[in-house]
Design a binder for this molecule. Structure first.
Ligand SMILES: [Zn+2]
Length: 399
């Protein structure tokens, strides 16, 4: 498909050049084409022959050779470079763009445009340091706002790939007013810096980065979770819980993410009754399966298996789910065992067999932007590379 587009662009560009030459001569009443025109015509037909012989690569090279660089064809050359890059032949795109930059007559705007394209070629080739240098030079030279913005976006993307979080933050700083959508990524860069500080035992600096993350994006669940974790490490369990209490207001979908930390904090406090009332509060906000199961386990420990069956069954009537049903079947099987039944009910075993099969290898998280599904939670989607878009799957088949 891309080959067809590439050949179409070339064929049209060379044919136009050839046709213009002939018309120009006709106006001057010349009967014979000039030498340049005849060589253009020859290459045009050589290219066509390659096409007819189904040799698209040779056809493309012949047409490019026929297409001279001048102010009328610069855009065509840029379009060709883009097509080569899209075909995975960024090295060819580099030579087209470098060839253009070698022309001293390019306007400063065209020069900036070609440099941007060349930077993208280098990124596609994985030569990130050259792309970075080119973009930095472009930013220091061009006054064109459109190209400056595009160069900054490319540079930020590059710094993000290279895990240069502080540099990414420095670059994004002046853009945040016009590009508020970048605040979410910036908050995660602060979280990454906090993680590095924690790795070097600098908890004070980590805390500072996490507060900045929340200033950048008040809905940054990750920063809140990390602040809660720092309080837990200090033995400040109540403060840890207070941080976690913010999460349902930041993003209700992350309640299953915070639940293990919440349980740990109440266990350290040895306050199961407080945990229970907290779970009821969460169920009032969103009756997620993981919260119902956590409550079921708590009641199980306190009132035994039959109390857990009653409590879980009631909540599952309101919010049915596959995981909840599986948990309930487990409770029924336990109840039978405790009741002294020698062999389990085969109907229950059959149901359990089905829920196990349906739950096996089921992804627990999904990117809300591109749909990438995974078992664990990652803060940056490995597929679309957006930050904070992967969340627990909730609902009938979810957490
Ligand atoms: Zn994604």
């Amino acid at each position: 498909m891309q080959d067809a587009v590439l050949l179409g662009v070339l064929l049209a560009a060379v044919a136009t050049g050839f046709g213009l030459g002939i018309r120009f001569d006709a106006r001057r009443k010349h009967r014979h084409p000039t030498t340049t025109d005849s060589s253009l015509a020859r290459e045009y037909f050589v290219g066509l022959n390659y096409l007819l012989d189904e040799k698209p690569d040779q056809a493309i090279h012949t047409f490019i050779h026929a297409l001279d660089v001048n102010s009328d064809t610069v855009e065509t050359h840029i379009a060709l470079g883009k097509l080569f890059r899209a075909r995975g032949e960024a090295d060819k795109a580099v030579s087209i763009h470098q060839n253009l930059l070698a022309r001293p007559a390019l306007s400063s705007e065209t020069n900036a445009h070609v440099q941007l394209e060349l930077a993208q070629d280098f990124i596609a080739l994985g030569v990130h340091d050259r792309a970075e240098r080119l973009l930095q030079t472009l930013l220091s030279q061009t006054g064109n706002d459109t190209y400056r913005l595009r160069a900054k976006r490319l540079l930020i993307d590059l710094l993000d790939r290279e895990h240069e979080w502080q540099q990414a933050l420095d670059t994004v700083h002046s853009m945040l007013k016009q590009q508020p959508g970048m605040r979410r990524a910036a908050a995660h860069w602060h979280c990454e810096l906090a993680r590095e500080e924690i790795g070097q035992s600098s908890r004070q600096l980590a805390r500072r980065h996490l507060k900045k993350a929340l200033q950048m994006d008040e809905t940054c669940v990750r920063a809140t979770l990390m602040l809660s974790e720092l309080e837990m490490e200090n033995g400040q369990y109540q403060r840890a819980i207070e941080w976690l209490e913010r999460i349902p207001h930041q993003d209700i979908a992350h309640v299953p993410t915070m639940l293990p930390a919440l349980q740990r904090a109440y266990e350290r406090q040895e306050a199961p009754e407080k945990f229970e009332s907290h779970l009821y509060r969460l169920l009032g906000q969103a009756p997620y399966t993981s919260v119902i199961i956590a409550l079921g386990e708590l009641v199980h420990r306190r009132d035994g298996v039959d109390g857990a069956i009653e409590c879980t069954g009631e909540w599952l009537r309101e919010a049915p789910s596959l995981g909840g049903l599986d948990y309930l079947i487990d409770l029924y099987l336990q109840s039978e065992r405790l009741g002294g039944k020698a062999t389990p009910d085969t109907r229950l075993l059959l149901l359990k067999h089905h829920t196990d099969a349906l739950l096996e290898d089921r992804p627990r998280h999904r990117c809300r932007h591109c749909g990438f599904a995974s078992e664990g939670l990652t803060w940056q989607c490995p597929s679309c590379r957006r930050w904070g878009t992967i969340k627990p799957i909730t609902g009938i088949e979810g957490e």
